[in-house]
Design a protein. Structure first.
Length: 418
């Protein structure tokens, strides 16, 4: 039975102690192969084979690779255990792509990158593209719920829609063979368990952010719940679209959620979470596959109190203590005690916290968080701006520190949930 959302101070003390107990941090290796589209100044989608080589002979640089994969272009980004390092690698790859695209621009036609999950392509563009760009060439992937292959049947030469993925790769050290983490990354049973729980912590939350007709159309074809592929180093989670590539802040949030899911799995807390939240994994599968924003909001409110207290705050982007200038509240147990006694005061409104920032974005849409210009968001011409906005916590601090409406929202939010 699905449970209603509860306030944090109403969580039983034994549950708080269990979830907020100090445990060993996890450091999985993160990689990614996000796709993107290229448009001209008339907003027409271009075939990316006009700009980049094919995947059989990709452009390689700084540990990254760039090539066309169908109509869209794809980045293979050098992996890292650190989200900031991975973000820097993504920025390097995007700079290279932007440089090549700009070389093709002229006074009459300017080209740019967009991170839209689905686009409609004109038939003449398909007809004039490289033969390899006119086919759906992905190797089959698998579904953690059906235990079968995902095999959408479409005629690529006449199907005018194209879909951009934001696939996330997770691996672990080969020297850690006896750990639960290794089993998650290297066994079929571990893959199924991990992918389903990534839907629970990440996939369903993305329904609240990556929303609209373009997101829904992609999920109906290539972004279904439980979509994955085994890899030599671990596992590839293929449900997310390229949406998170829009900004280092959205990238940081999504990879932070993946790391939090991995932490919960590594310490065998996933079944506890599912029981506490009251939504089954099949419930969450339905939310993702149907792009059910209304039900995703209800699920998030049920999940929120438990997710906001688990794991190290430096790793969990939606931890209740994740934020800048935390003053007067050193540990969650103190926060919990103060909440039980109704002693939460203005100290929490003197900082920018990631959890209410996330809620603010849900309410106002992602435009409250970042611009639509990927060049500006990733600071492809200004490295200083990248360091200011690199990360969800750091980025929301800079975005909302002088936003009076947000500060009022944050104060009301904490009063409601604590």
């Amino acid at each position: 039975m699905r449970r209603k959302a509860i306030r944090i101070k109403d969580i039983p003390e034994n549950v708080v102690a269990h979830l907020s107990k100090k445990r060993a941090r996890v450091n999985p290796t993160f990689g990614c192969d996000p796709e993107f589209f290229i448009i001209d100044n008339k907003m027409q989608v271009m075939a990316s084979d006009k700009f980049f080589p094919g995947k059989d002979k990709p452009l390689r640089f700084d540990g990254n690779a760039l090539f066309f994969d169908g109509i869209q272009a794809e980045l293979n980004v050098s992996p890292s255990v650190c989200r900031e390092s991975l973000a820097s690698n993504i920025r390097t790859a995007l700079k290279k792509a932007r440089h090549i695209i700009n070389k093709k621009s002229n006074d009459k036609t300017q080209y740019s990158i967009i991170t839209q999950p689905t686009v409609r392509v004109k038939q003449r563009v398909l007809n004039n593209a490289d033969p390899e760009a006119r086919r759906f060439g992905c190797e089959p992937d698998f579904n953690a719920y059906t235990l079968g292959q995902n095999t959408p049947e479409m005629d690529a030469s006449h199907h005018l829609y194209r879909y951009a993925g934001g696939h996330i790769h997770i691996g672990c050290s080969p020297y850690n063979k006896i750990s639960n983490e290794y089993k998650l990354a290297k066994t079929e049973e571990g893959h199924i368990r991990a992918i389903k729980f990534m839907d629970y912590i990440t996939g369903a939350i993305l329904v609240l952010l990556d929303r609209g007709v373009y997101a829904k159309r992609r999920r109906s074809k290539y972004g279904t719940a439980g979509c994955f592929r085994p890899t030599p180093y671990g596992i590839e989670y293929r449900t997310p679209s390229c949406w998170w590539l829009s900004s280092p802040m959205t990238m940081s949030l999504v990879f932070g959620l993946i790391k939090t899911a991995w932490f919960i799995l590594r310490h065998d807390l996933d079944n506890d979470f599912i029981k506490l939240v009251g939504y089954s994994q099949d419930d969450v599968r339905g939310i993702v596959d149907e792009s059910d924003v209304s039900e995703a909001k209800k699920f998030w409110k049920a999940l929120r109190p438990y997710l906001s207290i688990v794991g190290p705050s430096v790793d969990n982007p939606l931890h209740i203590l994740s934020g800048h200038k935390i003053s007067g509240i050193a540990y969650y147990t103190n926060f919990y005690t103060k909440a039980k006694k109704n002693e939460i005061n203005e100290t929490i409104t003197n900082s920018i916290y990631a959890l209410p920032a996330f809620e603010y974005v849900i309410k106002h849409g992602v435009k409250a968080l970042h611009l639509e210009d990927i060049s500006k968001e990733w600071s492809l011409t200004n490295i200083d701006r990248f360091y200011n906005l690199n990360g969800f916590i750091n980025g929301t601090h800079h975005k909302f520190a002088k936003n009076k409406d947000f500060m009022k929202f944050q104060q009301a939010f904490f009063a409601k949930i604590i």
